[in-house]
Design a protein around this ligand. Structure first.
Ligand SMILES: Cc1cc2nc3c(=O)[nH]c(=O)nc-3n(C[C@H](O)[C@H](O)[C@H](O)COP(=O)(O)OP(=O)(O)OC[C@H]3O[C@@H](n4cnc5c(N)ncnc54)[C@H](O)[C@@H]3O)c2cc1C
Length: 269
């Protein structure tokens, strides 16, 4: 549980972090809250020679309104999302999902940018961002590009981030008063989802039902066609490709997707 030796550099700005990424190339990794990267380094699943710390950059931290969207800086910790009056009022599904991540220590250190970049299909915030129809601001030497959340995740623990790019912010639509539901099935408190389901505005996203957070499109189409939540939820596992592990078989995950989707649709807040 001891990581391989590494150097540490605290970036002074996002531009500085990009320069450092360019200089160190594949040898470097960005460090935000460290709550996914450091465990991987301790297990020697990752052995970067240099860590570039962006976790303290004020320009990547904070929550603000921008027209009809809320913009959340990549280095904003989960606890700040959960406690934000703005997020709670205008994107409550996101505040709720941030409050479901791990335990208080993880929520105070872990960041939304780190969670999105890590791209664990069982994670809370990627599913929430897909359910909300959000997007990701990606910063590179050539400027910023905006990627819809659904297109951002490319596979198990993989995103469309190119070498030398970083996440600057996440964006979600401002939807005060919109009904939403969120369900997460865990073995123990603080765990990642065995399966998760998040619903808002006729959109349904699932966690851990495939390599990336997925839309339950067949269930969405049924809802749009007039099906009730129970009827629509029966289709929630259609088109998914859940894995099997010690916690759940594929069939059990499919069952959970149907049950959790029904609950997310029926128990909307
Ligand atoms: C015990 C435990 C329980 C947990 N439970 C849950 C849970 O229930 N639900 C859940 O969703 N998560 C859970 N997590 C994960 C937690 O949310 C992490 O904080 C999060 O996944 C990573 O965020 P971070 O800021 O710590 O990122 P780091 O660990 O610092 O970085 C993670 C990865 O993202 C990259 N990165 C970081 N920031 C950026 C950026 N701005 N741009 C590009 N790349 C970047 C890093 O280079 C690294 O590859 C848990 C973690 C632990 C240790």
């Amino acid at each position: 549980m001891i990581p391989a030796p590494f150097d540490y550099v605290a970036a002074e700005s996002a531009a500085h972090a990009l320069d450092l990424l360019e200089n160190f190339g594949d040898d470097a990794k960005l460090l935000a809250g460290g709550h996914s990267l450091l465990p991987m380094m301790k297990l020697r699943l990752a052995a970067p020679a240099v860590l570039i710390d962006i976790g303290r950059l004020a320009e990547l931290t904070g929550i603000r309104a921008d027209g009809d969207e809320l913009v959340i800086g990549a280095a904003t910790p989960h606890a700040a999302l959960a406690a934000s009056d703005l997020i709670r009022a205008e994107a409550p599904l996101l505040a709720h999902s941030a409050a479901q991540v791990g335990d208080p220590q993880i929520r105070h250190r872990g960041t939304i940018g780190g969670s999105l970049a890590h791209a664990d299909p069982a994670a809370d915030l990627p599913m929430a961002l897909v359910a909300l129809g959000g997007s990701v601001d990606v910063l590179g030497q050539g400027g910023t590009r905006n990627v819809p959340a659904e297109d951002f995740f490319a596979g198990y623990f993989e995103t469309v981030l190119e070498p030398g790019e970083l996440i600057a912010a996440a964006r979600v639509p401002r939807r005060p008063g919109a009904a939403w539901g969120y369900q997460k099935f865990v073995r123990r408190a603080n765990d990642w989802a065995i399966v998760g389901a998040a619903a808002m505005d006729g959109r349904i996203a699932l966690a851990n039902m495939g390599p990336v957070p997925l839309r339950a499109r067949a269930a969405e189409q049924a809802l749009a066609g007039g099906a009730n939540p129970a009827e629509a939820a029966e289709l929630a596992a259609d088109g998914t490709e859940p894995g099997e592990d010690v916690h759940a078989s594929r069939a059990y995950r499919e069952h959970l997707a149907r049950v959790l989707t029904r609950r997310a649709l029926e128990h909307r807040t």
